[in-house]
Write a protein that binds this ligand. Sequence first.
Ligand SMILES: Cc1cc2nc3c(=O)[nH]c(=O)nc-3n(C[C@H](O)[C@H](O)[C@H](O)COP(=O)(O)OP(=O)(O)OC[C@H]3O[C@@H](n4cnc5c(N)ncnc54)[C@H](O)[C@@H]3O)c2cc1C
Length: 265
Amino acid sequence: MENFNYHRPATTTAAAALLKKAKDGKYMAGGHTLLPTMKQGLASPTDIIDLTAIKNFSGIKVSKTTVTIKAGTTHMEVATSKDIKKAIPALAEMAGKIGGVHVRHKGTIGGSIANADPAADYPSACLGLGATIETTKRKIEADKFFVGMFETALKAGEIITAVHFPIPKKSAHQKFPNPASRYALTGVFLSQDAKGKVRVGVTGAAPKAFRATDLEAVLSKDFSAKALAGVAVPAKGLMSDMHATAAYRAHLIGVLAGRAVDAAK
Ligand SMILES: Cc1cc2nc3c(=O)[nH]c(=O)nc-3n(C[C@H](O)[C@H](O)[C@H](O)COP(=O)(O)OP(=O)(O)OC[C@H]3O[C@@H](n4cnc5c(N)ncnc54)[C@H](O)[C@@H]3O)c2cc1C
């Protein structure tokens, strides 16, 4: 790992100013993606701007319609929140399946979404629930946020401050975890709103998280695993690697969506 300057500002304004001034600065939240990347020599920032001392940067608020999770909230805080377990149980369950205990105590929702790892869990929840991502500059719909592999709609210096999840009627998360990392080989986050409209967010299968719109159309008419029987998810555009072929991942999406329908609550 190379030497770097370490900063711990108390406001997002100060953090953005430090990043602007740095030659090659990087924000850090839980550090559970950034630090391993630096240790492997894949990133060598001149300045680390630690966001964890920013006031009001973490916390959970649940209203009648929305769960709001501030960016610095850890996966463990989401997994164990009584309010989230009541409002969107699948979201708490999903956070409880991220990595191991150590990762869940350090990793944050903002870091996960900003990183946009193609196998990360939160992107599927954002798409599957129709979340809105709030930053220091604007609000971005999840559908427009995940642009590509490790690529988001965030502009230079922009900091995620919170994620707003509408509370659905029912939801469920199903993941086929990579046995080594616990990242999703393929994962599905499904929700049904009060009008019966279904959203299916998929992660781990393609270079970026996406919505399985064919499955959504079928399930919005008939919310049953049986309805998916004849629906083949196309393998075109999905990833093939040493862990699974594109065809296998396509098959998993259908299987996991069916299980999610059965598990939805
Ligand atoms: C062994 C291991 C297993 C894991 N397993 C899983 C898993 O099963 N599922 C899963 O989803 N993830 C998994 N992760 C990733 C984990 O969830 C990370 O914590 C997460 O991806 C990054 O969050 P962080 O807070 O640590 O971000 P950091 O590492 O601090 O930052 C990641 C990136 O996001 C940027 N960033 C951070 N916060 C913000 C912000 N608020 N606004 C703008 N940019 C920001 C940083 O500049 C950096 O580029 C695993 C990680 C490890 C090490």
